[in-house]
Design a protein around this ligand. Structure first.
Ligand code: OTU
Length: 639
């Protein structure tokens, strides 16, 4: 998109422009009426976001008009079924807060192709999930491409995975099964093979400003001083030398992932168009990848800048016009204290994301397991704000990334701990380096001494499940309890719990042979195995690990929907207990007990000032006045 040329006269700030008005007159009245209503509400919001970002650029009004017209054209093209779905969701904005639970996977790892995923819908239903997050499936740059997180075209599916027609067919089939599809939207960067990057590399003046260019080594050094390293071992530095341009381009992640320059209005317009186009294929939710990095400011770490929120709120507003049934999910792997703005609770107030990953809670759960103490979870939960109506946390145990430790630094500092030393102990435990550790994970990107980065591994390996032992072996039973503890906490606290593919079968790490075959790849491949057909087949075979894990997750899905109060905001409170290993949480009306210690304990509910409660973790609930928890045992209780 190009915004150079003669500018039309400026418009009164919140009126509908003549071109918008012409457009509305040209489409069927039913849609036009509804769109007029949406514009009335959203245009002032959109202007409040875009004006501070781009108001100073020439032809701002023409840019604004183009963005709005594009959203309207997208709304007009939206197929009847999606249009109707939007209307239902507009009338019921809490639709996603009544018992969504999700499953996350790479397309190829679960089923080869998008068409293969469609064949697995029955499996997802059997597991009991109704939200499917597929990791990037758009056309990627040639390998390595960070598992698809280097997008070469937003308008095409990766040919090895299928076509846009397959995507539409999958979306339709999922909808018929009441499963929402979440797609990644990699908005911070594109592959160096994307047409915009190719054109910029060749010096095309239209696309040069799509990226951030630094002309001198001194500038690079000045920036680097303030920036973090996402992949210090495999992709050190944030800039990549481009010989053709005799300049450095900004590459926060891998050198082949070029950060987009959102200070350039055409980038925003093109990315908004790409998002709405994908929404029109039937995608229900977007995971906004690396949301925190969208805006650069000198002398800052270029994370979580206020402009990020203007950009995301503007995208939300465009969705509210053209695809109001769509959810936005922030992937901002940041300390808890930095997350409220992603829900629109920051200085830039306004509707923003419906969902955000609670990565501190996830990481703190792993620390708690290694320390046999829930102290850090308690601290994280104390810092976790209540969310606005219509917003929820995404909770998870594992995902395709490492467990990033540094998000926990503020909480550790508040507790007076030496963050690096304490996180390093957790990382050592999970890597099986600590004497007596049951875990079989690995450190990720551990670089200089005195630093700690992340940990890799599938849940099964991290909780100590062993592929060489039968499920009824006492050590496996212990590991299965640890698996249940982690999963049960995730299902208890979150608005949207997300299961990572393979965890539902207690699947092990990627095999050593496979790791070897994926030569040169980064360490996160350890937890990116293909779905194990053998485990899949044995999920109904009693006394297998797969059957234990699968029935556990089925039960958690069922019990969460049937037994927990869903629908409204979730109020989480940490209750005190005299057992140092025991986490006691109150979630609205329910109480969750999670024993992070390997030592059993007994809790009388009177100690919590509670009457006898129903045990919600059994198929037939029973009233109990006291609870015995085994080592790493857990239970949900309710009135
Ligand atoms: C995201 O991750 C994705 O989840 C990763 O798979 C991608 O590699 C990355 O973006 C680039 O697209 O910083 O806030 O393991 O937690 O890279 C987002 C490190 C991110 C990830 C980190 C991450």
């Amino acid at each position: 998109m190009n915004f150079v040329g003669a500018c039309p006269p400026p418009q009164a700030s919140e009126s509908v422009s003549p071109s918008v008005s012409d457009f509305l007159q040209s489409i069927p009245p039913a849609r036009a009426t509804r769109l007029r209503e949406r514009l009335e509400r959203e245009l002032p919001r959109l202007r409040r976001c875009l004006d501070p970002l781009y108001g100073q650029t020439p032809c701002f009004d023409s840019f604004f008009d183009t963005v709005v017209l594009n959203a309207l054209a997208s709304a007009e093209r939206r197929d009847a079924e999606l249009w109707q779905l939007d209307l239902r969701r507009e009338a019921d904005p809490a639709w996603h807060q009544r018992g969504l639970s999700g499953y996350c996977t790479y397309v190829d790892k679960l089923a080869g192709t998008l068409a293969g995923v469609q064949q697995r819908i029955g499996y997802l239903r059997e597991l009991g999930v109704n939200y499917l997050h597929l990791l990037p499936f758009l056309k990627a740059g040639s390998a390595p491409n960070d598992g698809g997180f280097a997008v070469a075209s937003f308008d095409e599916v990766e040919p090895a995975l299928g076509t846009l027609a397959d995507l539409r067919s999958l979306c339709r089939a999922l909808r018929q099964s009441d499963i929402s599809l979440c797609s990644d939207f990699v908005l911070n960067h594109v592959s160096h093979e994307h047409a915009w990057a190719r054109a910029a590399r060749a010096g095309d003046p239209r696309y040069l400003p799509y990226f951030h260019w630094l002309a001198s080594e001194a500038e690079v050094q000045a920036r680097e001083q303030h920036l973090v390293q996402i992949f210090p071992a495999t992709a050190p530095g944030n800039f990549t030398w481009i010989a053709e341009r005799q300049a450095w381009v900004w590459t926060t992640f891998y050198p082949y992932q070029w950060d987009l320059n959102y200070a350039h209005p055409a980038v925003f317009a093109d990315m908004a168009a790409a998002l709405l186009n994908l929404a029109n294929q039937g995608v229900d939710a977007f995971r906004l990848d690396s949301t925190g990095f969208l805006w650069k400011r000198a002398e800052t770490n270029c994370m979580n800048q206020p402009e990020v929120h203007l950009i995301v709120q503007a995208l939300r507003s465009l969705c509210a016009i053209a695809a109001p049934g769509v959810l936005l999910k922030a992937e901002a792997i940041m300390p808890t204290q930095d997350l409220p703005p992603y829900f629109g609770l920051g200085p830039v107030a306004g509707p923003e994301c419906h969902l955000a990953y609670h990565s501190s809670l996830m990481a703190a759960s792993w620390v708690a397991l290694t320390e046999e103490s829930p102290q850090l979870i308690e601290e994280v939960l104390r810092n976790t704000p209540e969310l606005p109506v219509g917003a929820s946390w995404l909770s998870y145990v594992r995902c395709h990334d490492d467990i990033g430790w540094n998000v926990l630094r503020p909480e550790l500092l508040a507790l007076g701990a030496d963050p690096v030393a304490r996180l390093d102990r957790a990382a050592a435990f999970l890597a099986g380096e600590t004497p007596g550790s049951y875990a079989r994970g690995a450190r990720f990107q551990a670089s200089a001494p005195g630093t700690v980065h992340g940990s890799n591994g599938m849940t099964a390996a991290l909780v100590g499940l062993r592929p060489d032992l039968p499920a009824d072996h006492p050590e496996q039973q212990k590991a299965l309890r640890r698996l249940e503890l982690m999963m049960s906490l995730c299902f208890f606290v979150g608005g949207l719990p997300l299961i990572y593919m393979g965890d539902e079968l207690g699947q092990d790490n990627t095999s050593a042979a496979e790791m070897h075959a994926r030569q040169g790849a980064d360490g996160r491949e350890l937890h990116r195995p293909y779905l194990d057909e053998k485990s899949l087949a044995s999920r109904h075979q009693a006394a297998t690990v797969a059957a234990h894990a699968f029935s556990l997750l089925q039960r958690l899905n069922r019990q969460r929907r049937a037994r927990l109060s869903l629908g409204g905001p979730i109020r989480l409170q940490v209750l005190a207990s005299r057992h140092p290993g025991l986490l006691v949480l109150q979630r609205n009306q329910e109480v969750g007990l999670f024993n992070f210690s390997a030592t059993p304990c007994r809790l009388h509910l009177s100690e919590l000032g509670k009457p006898a409660l129903q045990n919600l973790s059994q198929e037939e609930s029973q009233t109990v006045a006291s609870v015995h928890l085994e080592g790493h045992g857990c239970v949900w209780l309710g009135a």
